[in-house]
Design a protein around this ligand. Structure first.
Ligand code: SF4
Length: 192
């Protein structure tokens, strides 16, 4: 999967983190970026964090997994930089598994707004759990909304119909404030 950024509106960073909680999503190769080498992660992440400018006041943090999987030292360095650079909005990602810790992360950054997006991919529970192997279980859009106002959707997965995509877009636009739509390019999908 390739990531396409709109650099005009916010600053993006990509950090390295410990292995993601799921590692099984059928469309994902991002978790191959994860590491268990703490020294490497701290060094790389420190360099990246030091380059944050705060230019737009909005920072989007990616780490090929959940923000909760970053080394604790990186999180503190990020917190410090966010305050010094006067960033008032942070957007990050986390697996549904961490939903009961979202408020904790918001308090940790202590800024105007922290959005923790969940990679819902689709509101069709059968497609998401049986074929995408997302590991969220059967959840309603309303339940997801009760934990976050940001989601990621996936378009282009095998078996996903036009009707399913339209239904996802309708629900997303009705209930959520931050919606990322990722277009799946099969050549980036690892072999089963
Ligand atoms: S999509 Fe997210 S949760 Fe799923 S394997 Fe990839 S990094 Fe992990």
């Amino acid at each position: 999967m390739k990531r396409y950024f709109n650099e005009r509106t916010r600053e993006f960073i990509l950090l390295i983190s410990y292995p993601c909680i799921n590692k099984k999503c059928a469309f994902c190769a991002l978790h191959l970026d994860n590491s268990c080498n703490t020294r490497l992660m701290l060094k790389t992440n420190r360099e990246v964090v030091s380059k944050i400018t705060g230019k737009y006041g909005i920072l989007e943090v990616y780490n090929s997994g959940s923000i909760f999987e970053l080394p604790v030292a990186t999180l503190f360095e990020l917190q410090d930089k966010i305050r010094k650079a006067s960033i008032n909005k942070v957007i990050a990602e986390a697996h549904w598994f961490y939903r009961r810790r979202f408020e904790e992360m918001k308090k940790f950054f202590g800024i105007e707004e922290t959005v923790i997006k969940v990679g819902v991919e689709t509101f069709n529970n059968n497609l998401r759990e049986k074929y995408m192997k997302k590991g969220m279980g059967r959840v309603s859009p309303e339940e997801i909304r009760s934990f976050t106002n940001g989601i990621n959707l996936l378009v282009g997965f095998r078996g996903q119909t036009k009707e399913m995509i339209e239904n996802d877009m309708e629900i997303a636009c009705r209930l959520f404030d931050y919606i990322d739509v990722n277009i799946l390019d099969e050549k980036y999908v690892p072999n089963p």
